[in-house]
Write a protein that binds this ligand. Structure first.
Ligand code: HEC
Length: 464
């Protein structure tokens, strides 16, 4: 090891000398190193040891992680930065040992690295992040965002990422067995996914699509949502006695488990951000949590299990109605948020000449709702008739029935309001309905039994 240390030090000196000679080279950004480069040094790549495992004992040295920690603290990150920037030649990724040592020789990398070859080509998303850092990219410059649809696969172990501009799959988030729901942080930097097998909230870097943290929950989770300011994540716990876990998005710690009525299936933050509304199938109860204190504000028990919900708004943005689907009901009810009373119940139309699908309904013939961003149209799915049904708002007039395929489940409409994405569970596909033409235009193959989906702006690299 001694010989190796001195060789590394020599090299660092040579690079420092090269850096000193050229003043026009870009400065290396500390925040970019901490937020984008360090996760790569911590990442477990299949078939490879992690950079940190060796380098916390070797040279160039990485700070040893504290017991139980999965990331470095600020002081450690600064030390890592001070040393590792010596293995980068600013402005020149192709001369930087940090990029060349773990890169395959055939791709232009060094001939040998005792730590192995982690990247097969310069197109590897991780290699490109390192190259961006070496070229002087800052966090401000790294925030290219693009609209994305996320499709979880309920019988699979992955989540598909779809670009609504092309309706192609542009990435897959792997290694989450039975991913229940997905939610996007408001700044687009992270994706939160509930992991039923591990009973964790998995946190994914939007740019690398890699899980970088798995946060233990108080029980097996179902769906989740993020606070409008991004500070917290609310996770529904589907295990008795039932709870909503509150995850602090900065510390990535499970800070509170709010007791509610019954095991929780879905939880939604209202459009105005003031409440987290959780629904229980077993207790037929809606529990409304005040997000300023994370305490239970009120509950409402209905006559059947609470399934997916959606929210209409008043002129000032506050919540007007909770639209709610109920167990064994082919339709939905609307609850007035102020009076806490059911004000209407709408049954979806029967499709003439078509027999009802009866297999695998899971007590929920209609299980998916979405409202267009302009608030003027409500969509619901029908598993009885393999279709989606549109109603106008606020008058709930039936507009259209569109067949989409076997067992349509969850729905999402990206923020531009142009297309509706339908998880077609029985076809292992996500159907796309054009909201101007009002017809299905495409079916995108995804994973096994797609269910929950969501959409929003995500930070991307040019590869995803
Ligand atoms: C199995 C242990 C191991 C792993 C894993 C490992 N390294 Fe190394 N690394 C070494 C050893 C040992 C050396 C010194 C011998 C050599 O240069 O190959 C080294 C050297 C280096 C150097 C110094 C290059 C130079 O020119 O002196 C860099 C930079 C480096 N590694 C980066 C990485 C990165 C980045 C990763 C993860 C992608 C990584 N290493 C993973 C063991 C490891």
């Amino acid at each position: 090891m001694t010989a190796f240390v001195s060789r590394a030090c020599l090299l660092a000196l040579t690079i420092a000398a090269a850096q000193a000679q050229n003043h026009s080279k870009p400065a290396l950004d500390y925040a970019f190193f901490r937020d984008r480069v360090e996760p790569i040094l911590l990442e477990k790549r299949p078939g490879h040891a992690r950079c940190v495992t060796c380098h916390e004992h070797g040279s160039p040295p990485l700070q040893p992680l504290e017991a139980g920690a999965t990331r470095w603290n600020e002081e450690q990150s600064r030390r890592n930065f001070a040393i590792w920037k010596l293995f980068a030649v600013p402005g020149e990724p192709e001369k930087s040992p940090l990029l060349l040592h773990p890169l395959a020789r055939e791709a232009g990398g060094d001939s040998f690295h005792a730590g192995g070859k982690h990247w097969q080509s310069k197109n590897d998303p991780e290699w490109r992040i390192l190259a961006a850092w070496v070229r002087g990219e800052t966090m401000a410059g790294a925030t290219r965002t693009a609209m994305r649809v996320l499709q979880t696969n309920a019988a699979g172990d992955n989540v598909h990422v779809i670009d609504p501009a092309t309706n192609r799959v542009v990435g897959v988030i792997e290694d989450i067995e039975v991913p229940h729901g997905a939610a996007i942080a408001p700044d687009g930097a992270r994706i939160y996914i509930t992991d039923e097998a591990r009973r964790t909230l998995d946190v994914v870097d939007a740019r690398t699509l890699q899980v970088f943290e798995r946060i233990p929950l108080s029980g097996r989770p179902n769906n989740l949502d993020v606070a409008k300011d991004g500070s917290k994540v609310y996770v529904g716990i589907r295990q008795a006695p039932g709870a909503v876990d509150v995850i602090d998005a900065r510390s990535l710690k499970n800070v509170k488990s709010v007791r509610v009525k019954g095991e929780i299936h879905n939880v939604y933050v209202t459009p105005d951000g003031r409440y987290a509304v959780a629904g229980s199938i077993a207790a037929s109860t809606i529990s409304v949590i005040d997000t300023s204190s994370d305490t239970l504000a009120w509950t409402l028990t209905l006559d059947a299990g609470i399934r997916p919900m959606a929210f209409t708004r008043n002129g000032n943005g506050s919540t007007k109605e909770i639209i709610v689907q109920l167990s064994n009901f082919h339709g939905f009810a609307a609850v007035d948020f102020a009076t806490r009373k059911v004000v209407r119940r709408i049954t979806l139309p029967d499709v003439e000449g078509q027999e009802r699908e009866t297999q695998g309904l899971q007590g929920s013939p209609s299980h998916g709702l979405a409202i267009t961003p302009d608030g003027k149209m409500l969509w619901a799915t029908s598993k009885y008739y393999d279709c989606v049904v549109a109603y106008s708002l606020p008058d709930y007039r039936l507009i259209k029935v569109i067949p989409v395929g076997l067992h349509p489940e969850w729905l999402t409409i990206p923020p531009d309001g142009r297309q509706l994405y339908v998880a077609v569970a029985g076809d292992d596909a996500t159907a796309v309905v054009d909201l101007r033409k009002m017809e299905m235009v495409q079916k995108i193959p995804v994973g096994a039994v797609p269910k929950r989906n969501t959409s929003g702006m995500l930070m991307t690299t040019s590869s995803n």
